[in-house]
Design a protein around this ligand. Structure first.
Ligand SMILES: [Zn+2]
Length: 428
């Protein structure tokens, strides 16, 4: 029987909590006893996942298991920037995990992530290109390799977004099965596809304009939901049993919020470590893989068309981030979401003014303001020093004040992009 391949993906992300003037996270009382939510969630989830305890029958520690080494993951660049200085041990385990997965599988566990977690189909073309370029630069600086995959914020996708990913050298992304619209097998005949009857054991190819294309993986919806909402993390053996009963030849992939392990569910990292260790030991015929390795061994033979402007967490497409679509956490009965549209419209209006100013003032300092903006990610990632950036992008003969203006314009755009972090529209 052909092998069964398991890939559990974790999406690890926190919104940028830094104060824009001080560029530091201020105390957040609700996160007590931690000083702020980054620290709290790091203590409960990101750290424990790097050193998950595996116990023997007598409750003694068998192993401290680095879950990141045996799962697929993406971390938000703004979160990794914080972890690098505030949680250096866990940060080092994350980098080490990617390195070891490359040694083992030829492809790394880490995916890049849209820089500020903006909802891509709602962003301007330039903002989308900047978010992707900055994400690639950040990834290369940390993981010392080019990213093969990129996680889209809220899996929010349309074809234009995938074209921008393809232009940046990205090979694949991960989507919810209900984001598919139609598939065509080798015979080339298109047929409507639905979550329930979609074969998710293999990747699909999305054909894009200009001869570009993108591979997409669809994760197992019910099983991923069960990890978050059905208490599978209470018992590692039960979690394993559910995976095993969903198993068939080919790929089984789950997509989960990383904070599920340990933060939303205390000690959930132990259940995850148990499951990953079973797969590592090839129990029941399973093998651990990641998306990059699976894609290399199984190039897509079928094509997919996607629901345009769809996401993994709003059944109304991407309305959750711009309108009163009806999505709610349910935590506040009687509350409405009618504030979403004015908030989105307001920030869009401010951003449009900033873009106009960036282009007009930028024309006086940059050779090409748009290229300067997309390349600024290399400065933020530490790949380029200010001087190197200036040599490439500033007009010749600028005095110090003009160069200062240039960096202020870029910093303005950095914070403007932060304001579109999806989280502002997500909750009640
Ligand atoms: Zn919705």
């Amino acid at each position: 029987m052909p092998d069964k391949f398991l890939c559990i993906h974790g999406h690890f992300y926190q919104p940028p909590r830094e104060d824009p003037w001080m560029d530091m996270v201020f105390p957040e009382g609700s996160a007590a006893p931690a000083r702020n939510w980054n620290e709290r969630i790091c203590r409960e989830s990101y750290g424990p996942l790097a050193y998950a305890r595996r116990l023997d029958g007598g409750g003694r520690i068998l192993e401290l298991f680095n879950c990141y080494e045996w799962m697929s993951f993406n971390f938000g660049p703004t979160l990794l920037t914080w972890m690098e200085s505030h949680a250096p041990d866990a940060y080092a385990r994350i980098l080490e995990a990617d390195r070891k997965s490359v040694e083992r599988l030829g492809h790394g566990n880490a995916l890049a992530q849209i820089y500020h977690h903006v909802i891509m189909p709602l962003a301007t073309d330039l903002d989308r290109r900047a978010e992707v370029a900055w994400a690639v630069a950040d990834f290369e600086a940390r993981f010392r390799r080019k990213p093969e995959g990129m996680w889209l914020s809220e899996a929010a996708v349309d074809d234009r977004t995938l074209e921008i990913l393809a232009d940046a050298g990205i090979a694949y992304t991960i989507l919810a099965p209900r984001q598919v619209e139609a598939v065509a097998d080798v015979d080339g005949q298109w047929r409507e596809a639905h979550e329930g009857d979609l074969d998710i054991t293999r990747p699909y190819l999305v054909e894009l304009s200009g001869g570009r294309s993108m591979a997409v993986f669809f994760y197992d919806g019910p099983l991923s939901q069960a990890v978050a909402f059905e208490g599978l993390l209470r018992d590692g053996e039960r979690f394993w049993g559910r995976i095993n009963s969903a198993g068939r030849p080919g790929l089984l992939s789950l997509a989960t919020d990383g904070e599920t392990y340990g933060h939303h569910f205390a000690f959930g990292e132990m259940a995850l470590a148990y499951v990953l260790a079973q797969a590592r030991a090839c129990r029941d015929g399973w093998r651990v893989t990641n998306y990059g390795a699976y894609l290399a061994a199984n190039p897509p033979r079928s094509k997919a068309r996607l629901r345009q402007a769809s996401s993994w967490s709003c059944v109304h497409g991407v309305e959750r981030w711009r309108s009163d679509c009806g999505c709610t956490t349910g935590g506040h009965p009687g509350w409405g979401q009618h504030w979403r549209k004015p908030l989105r419209d307001g920030l869009n209006a401010v951003k449009a003014e900033m873009d106009a100013h960036f282009h007009s003032a930028g024309a006086g300092v940059f050779r090409d303001p748009e290229e300067a903006l997309t390349d600024f990610g290399k400065v933020l990632a530490g790949l380029w020093k200010n001087g190197e950036f200036g040599q490439r992008h500033f007009l010749p003969g600028l005095d110090e004040a003009a160069r200062d203006t240039g960096f202020k314009l870029l910093t303005m755009q950095k914070w403007a992009l932060s304001s579109f972090a999806s989280c502002a529209w997500f909750f009640d």
